[in-house]
Write a protein that binds this ligand. Structure first.
Ligand code: NAP
Length: 298
């Protein structure tokens, strides 16, 4: 019999890849607050606002998952800065609910946190470095991490900027939006001051599913092998995809009005992931090729 995995946030960008990469080997149960699509093969969808603790607990008991990959969150940094109450409820409150449920059954809990828990003054952060959030979104993620670490059977993953096309559903893909604009010959702005280690969504989905099924516990950075600023990254993506790199325009997010602060250099060291995981961490262009050519097996 297949083991059961619960994936939160099926309508999201990263969850689509997690579901695609778990559906062959796991019995997949996935939850979001949007309309539920028809059951597909091994994947069972549930419509639920995860803020509803009672219903979440009922569903959790019904499914009794072996592992939970918690992708659902409010991931819009500026929205979180402006709506702190709701950001706290969703990013911290729901994580705490799931932590409590996993602690009762022993299910392995995998949290998706972020490179932006760091202040961006140093770069190439390892799992040993201490977070120092500079915006509210990152503050909520640090609290969520702390909650998950109270469970022995847990993994806190910190994701770099996620690059790729949505595998299922939609979610927030900067690559999809960029390509759409480039096709129309429109300019696209990217901050040159933000240095990241982008991870492609295919490698990321595979890594998260691997972590659900292996013996690793603790914190792991899931990041690509290319350290690059977002402007240069977008120029390379444009060129590689056959568009003019002149359509990519450099900005500086440190001087943009009305935006929450972003860390300048939030690049992550992926040595631990390379050592522990069978899934290979990729360079920017390898990751781009993977996401462009990915075909969903049904
Ligand atoms: N994408 C990145 O570059 C990146 C980088 C670092 C870390 N992360 C983290 O990785 C995770 C996945 O990111 P993503 O880009 O896939 O985010 P996403 O596309 O915004 O997906 C999140 C999903 O969670 C759902 N959700 C939110 N609140 C919910 C609730 N109360 N009940 C049920 N579902 C709810 C969202 O629904 P709504 O659309 O209705 O809100 C959405 O479908 C997040 O935890 C994010 O913080 C992402």
């Amino acid at each position: 019999m297949k083991k059961k995995i619960m994936v939160t946030g099926f309508g999201g960008f990263v969850a689509g890849s997690v579901i695609a990469h778990s559906q062959n080997d796991w019995e997949v149960h996935t939850v979001d607050r949007i309309e539920v699509p028809a059951e597909q093969g091994n994947v069972k969808y549930y419509g639920l606002d995860l803020l509803n603790r009672e219903r979440l607990a009922q569903l959790f008991i019904e499914i009794n998952p072996d592992a939970v990959i918690h992708t659902a969150a409010l991931a819009d940094i500026d929205f979180c800065e402006n709506k702190q109450d709701i950001a706290e409820k969703i990013n911290v409150g729901i994580t705490k609910s799931l932590t409590g449920l996993c602690s009762k059954t022993g299910a392995k809990m995998i949290l998706l946190s972020t490179d932006t828990v760091f202040d961006g003054k140093k770069g190439m952060y390892t799992e040993e470095d201490s977070p120092n959030p500079i915006n509210f979104y990152a503050e909520t993620k640090v609290k969520a991490e702390d909650s998950v670490r109270t469970l022995e059977n847990s993994v806190v993953t910190r994701l770099s900027l996620v690059m790729g096309l949505p595998v299922m559903g939609s979610g927030n893909s900067f690559l999809a939006k960029t390509i759409k604009k480039l096709k129309l010959g429109e300019e696209v702005k990217f901050p040159a001051n933000e240095i990241r280690t982008p991870v492609d969504v295919i490698t990321l989905g595979k890594s998260l599913v691997e972590l659900a099924g292996n013996d690793f516990r603790g914190t792991m950075h899931l990041a690509g092998s290319t350290r690059i600023n977002r402007f240069d990254m977008a120029q390379q993506i444009a060129e590689k995809s056959g568009y003019s790199k002149d359509l990519i325009v450099a900005t500086d997010s440190n001087v943009m009005e009305g935006r929450a602060p972003r860390p300048n250099d939030a690049s992550l060291d992926n040595s631990l992931a390379k050592k522990v995981l069978k899934t290979a961490m990729r360079s920017l262009l390898e990751g781009l090729e993977l996401t462009m050519n990915f075909k969903l097996e049904k």
